[in-house]
Write a protein that binds this ligand. Structure first.
Ligand SMILES: [Zn+2]
Ligand SMILES: [Zn+2]
Length: 113
């Protein structure tokens, strides 16, 4: 009876500390993992809600693309190197490469501000 009690007293606390310590360590790991996952999920939800609720970009009206500002949608610009009205060279627009559109600078092409 006496011997049995003594052995449990000796082995009990050490085993308990190991179990609790392991649970705490595992808990921290699980917590940090869960936190990073929940933060990512939270950010995804925020971004999704923002996309859903944010008013469309006023500049591009939600398209994410705007008419090229340099050529104003003409695909070419009148390049005049000599500032001489007689010598004007129509050049392919360097900003849009003749596509006539460029990514909206206001919303970075996302379509919402
Ligand atoms: Zn825009
Ligand atoms: Zn252009």
């Amino acid at each position: 009876m006496h011997l049995w009690r003594g052995s449990t007293m000796r082995g009990g606390p050490v085993k308990l500390i190991a179990v609790v310590g392991g649970a705490i360590m595992g808990g921290f790991f699980t917590l940090s993992l869960a936190t990073s996952i929940s933060i990512q999920a939270f950010q995804a939800v925020v971004e999704f809600k923002k996309k859903k609720t944010a008013p469309p970009c006023a500049v591009c009206k939600g398209k994410g693309l705007i008419d090229c500002r340099l050529c104003r949608g003409n695909a070419v610009i009148d390049w005049n190197p000599l500032y001489d009205p007689v010598v004007t060279n129509p050049c392919l627009c360097p900003t849009c490469d003749g596509k006539r559109i460029q990514r909206c600078l206001n919303c970075a092409g996302r379509g919402y501000a």
